[in-house]
Design a binder for this molecule. Sequence first.
Ligand code: FES
Length: 124
Amino acid sequence: MADWVKVADLKELQRRKKLLAEAGGTGIALFFDDGYVYALRDICIHKQRNLSKGLVFQGKVICPGHQWAFDLPTGWVDEWAECQPTFPVKVEGGEVYVDPEPRVRTEAPAPEERWPVGRGAKLE
Ligand code: FES
């Protein structure tokens, strides 16, 4: 059962499109894109840059370090067959919550798990 932690105000995330939050001692990059909320570990798996400073483009966050493109719903990077940890996310009562237990994939996600079919938390 998920242990949800409140990490952000939804209106602020909608306004800024991305935010750095924290849960369980881990930095979490939150993104608001096309009506959905996504949560990925902030520190990049490649060389530890901050994904919260990345650019969101066509369902991916582009790391400011070396431009690896992480699929927002799954954290997967096709070019390197690696995965940024993601966090389950939900929106309730104008607040964003994450389960601080990360999800890490070791195999490529199925097409229906990836953007644009796979999605984060949809707003009500
Ligand atoms: S630090 Fe993120 S791609 Fe290199």
